[in-house]
Structure formats: C-alpha cells, structure tokens
Ligand binder design. Structure first.
Ligand SMILES: C[S@@+](CC[C@H](N)C(=O)[O-])C[C@H]1O[C@@H](n2cnc3c(N)ncnc32)[C@H](O)[C@@H]1O
Length: 215
C-alpha cells in the first residue's frame, strides 16, 4: 500500500530530529508532576483491569514506554520512524519496539489492555482522526483503557524547523472538546479529562483524556 503523504513526512522528519529530540525533550522523570500523575493513574487502572499488553503508539525514543514498564505494565512501543525505534531499542534492549504506523497496527482485534498515545496524534490531519481512533478501538480488549495526551488548541501548523532541523510534518491542534468528541464518535467513553492551561500561550493547553471502549 502507498504510504500517505502526511505519514511519509512524519517518518522523514522524525528520522531527522530523533537524536536532538532525545537531548532536548525532558524524560518522564523530569515531566511536571500532573502529567506524571496521569501516567501513574493510567498504569494503575490498566493493572487493576488485569494488566494486558500496553502499546505506546508514537513511542519516539521509548522513554515513556520504559517509564510505563517501570510502573509494572507489559509495555511495548510502535513508531513510524526507524531512527526513533533504533534509539529506543538501543536504550531499552529488554523492551520490544516495532516500526509501523499507529493507523494500521499489526495487531489482532481486542488484544490490548491499554494504549498510550502521548504527544503523537497531532501529526495526523484531523480528517483522519476518526479512522485512527477506530483503529485504537479495534485493538483494545473490552475493559481496556486509552490515555491520549498532547497539545490542544485550534491551529494547523507547518513548522519549517523542529529541534534545530528542517521538517516537513504538520502539527494539527484541536480543542480538547473536539478531541473528546472524536473519541466518543469512534466508540469510546471518555471518563477523565485533564486540561493544563498555559499562561505563556492562552490559546494552547496540554490535554490528557482517559477513555474506555464501548462494546
Ligand atoms: C513528539 S514525538 C513523542 C514521542 C513520545 N511519545 C514521547 O512522549 O517521548 C511524536 C512521535 O510520534 C510518532 N508518530 C507520529 N505519527 C505517527 C503514526 N501515525 N504512526 C506511528 N508513529 C507516529 C513520530 O514519529 C514521533 O516519534
């Protein structure tokens, strides 16, 4: 199948920025306490529901995957960027990382205890989010849990550079309400919604949504 243009752009751009992303972005241990609390709550809820396998979709260099593993989850990572996956495998040789797209997962229906999509869905054009969230729904087991975390706003951005490199990917920011509606439309019940406001950018926020698949 031909790779969609937006995905080729994400793959190429993520390959280009991978090493600098690793050096410039704080690891989970350095995140703000509220974000870490969301990851911890997600881990506790997945463990309480039986602790099935957890896919970290758009895992980048694998640090959040490893953080989830440290919280007792059976976590593995998926990323479209070969460079990101290579960094993850090098840093965490005991964990599994796969190269692939989160929009067409090489996983059977109903097998995951959890999905984390942490700052990774904003590269998907909004018109493709219904299909992306339907794919998340397909692979989650009944009683599974999705944690979607990322930027919220209302903008279609095409930055010329990121982490000091030329890039071609887009960043598509949606309001938190819209993200929640899209999850609902894909068959999820959103159970928790946390929005961290940004004094430096009143038009942007960081949003975390916990959602369960409806039958
Ligand atoms: C901003 S990074 C976040 C990485 C990681 N979640 C973290 O928090 O460190 C976004 C990552 O999502 C990946 N990504 C974006 N769209 C993807 C897709 N459709 N399938 C797989 N990976 C994707 C990119 O390659 C990139 O590594």
């Amino acid at each position: 199948m031909t790779e969609p243009a937006h995905l080729a752009a994400v793959r190429e751009s993520s390959d280009t920025v991978a090493a600098d992303y690793l050096h410039r972005v704080v690891p989970p241990e350095g995140m703000d306490p509220v974000s870490r609390a969301m990851l911890a709550a997600f881990a506790e809820l997945v463990r309480a529901a039986g602790g099935g396998p957890v896919a970290d979709l758009g895992c980048g260099p694998g640090r959040v995957t490893a953080y989830l593993a440290g919280l007792g989850l059976s976590a593995f990572g998926v990323d479209v960027s070969g460079e990101m996956v290579a960094l993850a495998r090098r840093a965490y040789p005991r964990l599994r990382f796969h190269r692939g797209t989160m929009s067409a997962l090489d996983l059977p229906d109903g097998t995951l205890g959890g999905i984390l999509a942490w700052y990774s869905v904003h590269h998907t054009p909004p018109e493709l989010l219904p299909a992306l969230f339907a794919e998340f729904h397909r692979v989650l087991a009944p009683g599974g849990l999705l944690l979607l975390g990322g930027h919220a706003g209302d903008a279609r951005l095409h930055p010329a550079t990121a982490y000091g490199h030329p890039v071609s990917f887009g960043s598509y920011l949606l309001p938190a309400d819209r993200l929640a509606d899209l999850l609902d439309g894909a068959g999820f019940t959103v159970t928790t919604r946390l929005e961290q406001l940004r004094p430096d950018r009143p038009d942007r926020s960081y949003v975390s949504l916990l959602a369960e698949p409806r039958a």
